[in-house]
Design a protein around this ligand. Structure first.
Ligand code: AKB
Length: 305
């Protein structure tokens, strides 16, 4: 039986993973650094991912065999205190890896990000393995994590599986401190009939994925035989690309009338170092990745969620 521990369970991805596993027969232990505001339907423990002893204790106590390690500081927030961002993202990764090796954890899911790319990565369509020089500390930690995943698999047979998520669109649980957050903020503003102040230029195109596809893709990757995995770091995945201008058109097409002003800030520089489109053919060929939601359906669904 799968006995799953999730870190960062109250975050954007964590929340959706919890909902997903609640519909299955798997045992689930949700953990986060703060208490949930609403009741969640599984066991819950407070966990600071920098506390290796507590991770060890929980894995032992709840007989965990699978971990979804989601706690992280995102791109824009990471730039406020890059040293802190390195510490949280990397030390937690190392803690999870060390405890997992000790307790023979079968599989780990750990999200990487399009933040691993940089301006040298041929951003009009980034391949699986281009030249990578991330512009943010978040990107540096994600790239370092990918390299560690590869190393630990070769050295200890530790099975860490990973996806390079583009911007994840979910309007129920919103992320915090990302560069792609404007999509969610603008959709939520439209729903509340409010104006929106956009921090990216109207033509900045970035790749996105709807939350259900983000969860489905991870579950699929975690379910396949290890021998099907040819990428030992992290797989490129994407659904569609969108710019603020295009998003306004989509929102208005659905019967809303959003008024947007532009107030470009430091996140523009981050977005300019990220892909406009991604080649995810490796994920498609290796394990049959296929998004259910495209541009139209993702925006429509988010407006109705
Ligand atoms: C962010 O904007 O930082 C994240 C990401 C693309 O990893 N959404």
């Amino acid at each position: 039986m799968e006995r799953i521990l999730i870190t960062g369970a109250l975050g954007q991805l964590g929340n959706a993973f919890v909902k997903n596993f609640n519909k299955t027969n798997s045992y689930l232990l949700a953990t986060d650094i703060k208490h949930p505001k609403k009741k969640i339907n599984c066991d819950f423990e407070i966990l600071d991912v920098l506390n290796k002893e507590k991770i060890d204790l929980l894995v032992e106590k709840y007989k965990i065999n699978i971990i979804y390690h989601l706690a992280a500081i995102l791109s824009a927030n990471g730039e406020i205190n890059p040293f802190n961002s390195w510490k949280l993202n990397m030390d937690s990764f190392q803690n999870i890896a060390e405890v997992s090796i000790k307790h023979n954890i079968e599989k780990i899911f750990w999200p990487s990000s399009i933040a691993v790319f940089g301006t040298e990565s041929k951003l009009s369509l980034v391949s699986q393995n281009p030249s990578m020089n991330p512009s943010t500390m978040y990107g540096v930690t994600k790239l370092a994590g990918e390299k560690l995943a590869n190393y630990y698999f070769k050295k200890f047979k530790l099975d860490i599986r990973s996806l390079r998520y583009p911007g994840v669109i979910s309007t129920k649980t919103v992320p915090g401190g990302g560069t792609t957050d404007y999509v969610i903020e603008m959709i939520n503003a439209a729903k509340k009939e409010k104006n929106y102040n956009c921090y990216l230029h109207k033509d900045t195109e970035l790749p996105m994925i709807y939350i259900d596809d983000a969860i489905e893709s991870a579950i699929k990757l975690m379910s396949i035989e290890r021998k099907k995995i040819s990428i030992y770091g992290s797989y490129n995945i994407t659904s569609f690309s969108i710019s603020p201008k295009k998003l306004i058109e989509e929102i208005n097409k659905n019967g809303y009338k959003i008024k947007v002003e532009y107030n470009i800030d430091s996140r523009q520089k981050i977005a300019d170092s990220w892909p406009r489109k991604i080649d995810d053919s490796k994920a498609k060929n290796d394990w049959g990745w296929k998004p259910k939601y495209g541009l139209d359906s993702s925006i429509k669904k988010s407006l109705n969620d």
